[in-house]
Ligand binder design. Structure first.
Ligand code: CTP
Length: 402
């Protein structure tokens, strides 16, 4: 279950051109399992209609403090109390100023004063307005009060200027909202995740690789950040967009990945090796493109280093998680690797199933640790990622109790 599932998000929409993007945000939050209650300012309704957001959220949109019907259905205090998180996207300079002053002259600002829930503010405006010291001072005051400010994206703005001021992508906003609402049970952890395949080059244009897409590792990195961790993602070549919040290190070959893992392991508290590391590489990669001859060609392959096997013996309080891709005797093979690689947790994956493992969004795994084996039903990789991290949290708690 992702951190946002079952949570109530009160989404405030202000009157800026980016208001139209709130429709996509509502859709995404609802898809992730949140209950979304939209509050629109008067000027927001000049840019997008309440009907749009009402249809997408499946709940009435609140627009006025003084509307008798709205107040009797869900009053402003009830709205403030119902929120697990309040997010404002887009937030105008005017809203930021009113919030900084503690004003309550409409429904949205009143809800913001009345709520005890965490607040996320995503300012979006013209670059000169955003850079104005008054706006920056106000944002600083909000940060000082523990309000999470999502930095605007940089790019071309609707007003024709270039610079910071754009409302960030929906995925970024959703990730920030999820992190604000999560139990933060990985706060203080420095999580390193590897993901994707490796490429071992034969020559400058050809390589040996495998079917891994990186989706499982990216899902783990995304979920770990949402749960409060500091995340470094060491990724082989993939076509995926890196999850928001993670520091990304690109590592194409097993040797590059090995170097990156060794360096990052020093300061890590948790390592999850989801990458499908290449086990073999060509004995020698040609400097120039190999020309074909008449007959066949035999590849001379040598072993790459076993990255997990090469970790320092003294691991302190670090938690190390391996992923076993198997096509037969899945649990037995994975359990053997758990011991031989001195792991705290093994995620065993039957990659012979068409709906699990490589190139699909779902997975079915068995989690194996010192407490035993637990088979998880087929589920989205995002869900599986959270279940893996639940186990990591449980291992950490057991260690602390000891
Ligand atoms: N792994 C690693 N270095 C390698 C190969 C694998 O660190 N050179 C890691 C993987 O990232 C994974 C775990 O070891 O977390 C198990 O990977 P898997 O490919 O299933 O195991 P192997 O040890 O390579 O065994 P085999 O391929 O013989 O099944």
């Amino acid at each position: 279950m992702s951190s946002i599932e079952g949570k109530t998000v009160v989404l405030g929409v202000c009157g800026g051109i980016a208001a139209y993007k709130s429709a996509e945000l509502v859709r995404q939050l609802v898809k992730a399992g949140a209950s979304v209650r939209v509050v629109m300012t008067r000027s927001a309704q000049e840019f997008i209609t309440p009907l749009t957001l009402q249809t997408l959220s499946g709940h009435p949109v609140s627009t006025s403090l003084f509307d008798l019907t709205q107040e009797s259905e869900i009053g402003h205090i009830q709205l403030a109390d119902s929120a697990d998180v309040v997010a404002i996207a887009p937030a105008t300079a005017n809203l930021v100023a009113k919030l900084a002053m503690g004003m309550a002259d409409d429904l949205l600002t009143t809800v913001l004063l009345a709520t005890r829930a965490p607040v996320v503010v995503a300012p979006a405006m013209n670059v000169h307005m955003y850079e104005n010291p008054a706006v920056q001072d106000n944002l600083g005051r909000l940060r000082g009060r523990g309000i999470r400010i999502v930095d605007p994206a940089v790019g071309s703005l609707a007003c024709g200027y270039e610079g910071p001021g754009r409302l960030p992508e929906t995925e970024v906003l959703a990730a920030e909202i999820e992190r604000a609402v999560s139990a933060n049970d990985l706060e203080g952890e420095r999580v390193v995740v590897t993901a994707g395949p490796n490429r071992e080059h034969l020559d400058p244009v050809r390589f040996i690789s495998n079917r891994s897409t990186g989706r499982m590792g990216f899902a783990v990195a995304r979920a770990a950040w949402a749960r409060g961790a500091e995340v470094t993602l060491i990724g082989g070549p993939t076509s995926l967009t890196p999850p928001h919040g993670a520091r990304v290190i690109r590592a194409d070959s097993a040797a590059e990945m090995h170097r990156a893992v060794r360096a990052e392991f020093k300061s890590a508290t948790v390592l999850l090796m989801a990458a499908a590391v290449a086990d073999y590489k060509p004995k020698k990669a040609a400097d120039q493109k190999l020309k074909k001859g008449k007959g066949g060609r035999v590849l001379d392959l040598v072993r790459t280093v076993d990255i997990l096997g090469d970790l320092p013996a003294r691991r302190g309080q670090r938690i190390v998680v391996g992923f076993a891709a198997e096509t037969e005797d899945v649990v037995a093979n994975a359990t053997r690797k758990l011991t031989s690689k001195k792991l705290d947790l093994m995620v065993a994956n039957d990659v012979s199933r068409p709906d699990a493992g490589f190139e699909v969004d779902t997975n079915a795994v068995t989690l194996i640790d010192s407490e035993g084996a637990e088979s998880l039903e087929l589920a989205a990789k995002d869900t599986i990622a959270d279940r893996i991290l639940d186990r990591v949290v449980a291992i950490r708690q057991r260690r602390k109790r000891r």
